[in-house]
Design a protein around this ligand. Sequence first.
Ligand SMILES: [Zn+2]
Length: 194
Amino acid sequence: MNLDTICVFAISKLGWIRQQQKKVREQEREPLREYLDRESRYVWGKRYLLKVIAKDAAPQVELKHSQLVLQVRPATGEDRKQAILEDWYRAQLKAAIPPPIAKWGPLMGVKVARFFVQRMKTKWGSCSLRAANIRLNTDLARKPRECLEYIVVHEMAHLLEPTHNSRFMTLMDPFRHRLRNPHFAQASVAGPSG
Ligand SMILES: [Zn+2]
């Protein structure tokens, strides 16, 4: 496995691990929710129950409490529903990318010319050194926001250093320092983090 895959996996579990620790500490006993086995979708690391509503109007997607509500015209096919959801995920991700770029750019001394969002089968992100572009996997919108931030920082570091050498690790240091902050992954449970 490559470094990105391992880090995204670990970060994506941080919030969960801390939640479990908290539950054990508080001796909290929640009944198993009945919807656990029904169809669900992840958005920014949180699980939502997918609810499909048929309505003769323009399709829309909305997060309502613990539901991801997909409104489509009657008789909309399964492929089309998935495509509408995918577009929505892509829009979520596109809107979430500029803040970490704006935050880490000055700290790392990196300028990102453009970013792209696309489906990727084997990577979370990639970059083009010459064009100063970064590309991000649409699936990052399903992971906790910290995973997106990590990949953005990782690709930004690659704009200065193409390999994972010691210089690269030094560029990543401020972010790794932030990872050790106990509040780091809790932000994703409460909502968007800065
Ligand atoms: Zn890399």
